[in-house]
Write a protein that binds this ligand. Structure first.
Ligand code: NAP
Ligand code: MG
Length: 490
């Protein structure tokens, strides 16, 4: 048997074994072959990592922001120089097409690092004139040691949405990757250290959420938790963090509607909704999973759409021309197939897909699936599936479309397609979600603030707002007058 890749802890600039000496095996989801051994960090390991981050915070927070910004550019350079092998490793652990690993995970991480390197010019407070004897000023200070907890669907991109602003703000980090996808970020941490990132600024503790993640959120020396993952775990993280009133930001699940009116440019809409639904095997929190079609264009759109869905090239994710790979794990594969069965039992018709891909004996491949005529209250129209499954829902009026779009506890993203600018804005404003697209869909760029309404989360990542999560505002009041006015007369 070929030797397995070993993923250890990375603490204070050094690779370390887990104190328990326990490892678990991660398989490649596209081949079902064992691929890596992942260290199981426990509370003791988390204590060591937090202590390293706490010690390094003293020096790192005092490094001029211009120097911290240069470090982000160095990391971007490291990613670019190692793009090929990092993309391959990311594909082996996620099952996603190499094209997406390279252009989205690594490319998007580089763009995020470059954007936040420019943010060192924005770490300013204000001066606030109060009266002729008093001046107040605010200064921005890094929040301290931050815990960053990452899901498996974009293990690099979502890590860098957190790492980049934290580093330029002067924070130090303990990051817990998802247990299914710990290898690439661990390799990156080692490369960053070689490129000059000071010891203790970025520490990695792979392991189980309930053990390593839990210990991190409970740790009294952690000042802030930045979590991306499911709504159920996010609620638990928020409760746990409340014990020591840690700062918390949550990026949680979604159930994005995409509303196509009868005057939409159908060809563009088909193109964008294909990517919106099936990019990253649909394992995407902003995936178009409620595709809402006006009755007048329902059939025409669907014919065009399904023709294209059937042509999506599913296969070996390490090949450059593969367009859709395997889903992340056996357990998730079964969940997605169960959702498809549930959709069928609740009356939806399978327009295409609906089963595993028979082209492969091994690997968690699910054919891109479109469920037609879905009832807006059906399970597949309300719950997050997080796989290559799009539920198509017809509608007749704008009011009805908005009502169906908002018929969910989530509020992450959505799309509107129409040539009528008034209607586009009216509907975009009526959808209770944090990130909307008009006449396009998908692609979250570092310049824009991204985050959910309702149970999709709290706080924003990216954009100018994204850095505020890593800063505290301190107000300093200065008396500039002569003798102090007397309050007590005696
Ligand atoms: P998850 O099960 O909630 O896990 C997310 C992370 O939390 C993992 O690292 C997990 O560790 C860890 N965790 C589990 N229990 C924990 C605990 N008690 N304390 C601290 N950490 C704990 O989510 P997932 O299955 O990895 O990812 C899919 C979900 O993420 C979907 O719901 C999706 O919508 C959401 N998501 C949201 C966004 C967004 O930006 N809004 C982006 C991507 C994904 P383990 O890996 O060991 O379980
Ligand atoms: Mg989990």
């Amino acid at each position: 048997m070929p030797s397995l890749k070993q993923c250890n802890l990375f603490i204070n600039g050094r690779e370390e074994k887990p104190s328990s000496e326990n490892y678990f095996i991660r398989e490649n989801p596209a081949t079902e072959k064992d691929f890596a051994q992942i260290a199981e960090s426990n509370k003791k390991d988390v204590d060591r990592a937090v202590s390293a981050a706490k010690i390094s915070f003293g020096a790192w927070s005092k490094v001029p922001a211009t120097e911290r910004a240069k470090m982000l550019l160095k990391i971007a350079d490291v990613l670019a120089k190692n793009q090929k092998q990092l993309a391959l490793l990311n594909t082996l652990e996620t099952g996603k097409p190499i094209r997406e690993s390279s252009l989205v995970e690594i490319g998007g991480s580089i763009r995020t690092l470059e954007y936040y390197s420019g943010m060192h010019t924005q770490l300013n407070g204000e001066t606030i004139p109060i009266n002729e004897n008093q001046m107040s000023m605010t200064i921005k200070e890094p929040v301290g040691v931050v815990a960053q907890i990452i899901p498996w669907n974009f293990p690099l991109l979502l890590a860098f949405w957190k790492i980049a602003p934290a580093i330029v703000a002067g924070c130090t980090i303990v990051l817990k990757p998802a247990e299914l996808t710990s290898c690439t970020i661990y390799e990156i941490a080692k490369l960053c250290s070689k490129a000059g990132l000071p010891d203790g600024v970025l520490n990695i503790v792979p392991g189980k959420g309930e053990v390593a993640g839990q210990a991190l959120v409970e740790h009294p020396d952690v000042d802030k938790v930045a979590f991306t993952g499911s709504t159920s775990v996010g609620k638990h993280v928020m409760k746990t963090a409340s014990d020591s009133v840690k700062r918390v930001t949550l990026e949680l699940g979604g159930k994005a509607p995409c509303i196509i009116f009868d005057d939409a440019d159908l060809e563009n809409a088909v193109e964008a909704c294909l990517r919106g639904g099936f990019f990253n095997q649909g394992e995407n929190c902003t995936a178009v999973t409620k595709l809402m079609l006006h009755k007048k264009i329902y059939k025409k759109f669907l014919d065009l759409y399904i023709k294209r869905v059937k042509k999506i090239k599913i296969g070996d994710p390490t090949k450059q021309d593969t367009e859709m790979g395997a889903v992340i794990s056996k357990e998730h594969y079964e969940n997605v197939l169960n959702y498809i069965a549930k959709g069928k039992s609740e009356g939806a018709k399978i327009a295409t897909g609906g089963s595993r891909s028979r082209k492969f004996k091994k690997g968690y491949y699910i054919n891109p699936t479109v469920l037609e005529n879905v009832d807006p209250n059906a399970t597949v129209a309300c719950e997050e599936i997080f796989g290559p499954v799009v539920a198509v829902i017809p509608f007749s009026t704008e009011e009805q479309a908005v009502e169906i779009a908002n018929n969910t506890e989530y509020g992450l993203a959505g799309g509107v397609w129409t040539q009528d600018i008034n209607r586009a804005l009216r509907v975009a404003k009526s959808i209770k979600a944090g990130y909307l697209w008009v006449n396009t869909y998908g692609g979250i760029v570092p310049q824009t603030p991204y985050g959910g309404f309702k149970q999709s989360g709290i706080g924003k990542e990216l954009g100018k707002e994204g850095i505020e999560n890593y800063l505290e505002t301190k107000c300093i009041n200065i008396y500039t007058g002569g003798s102090m006015p007397r309050w007590y007369k005696g």
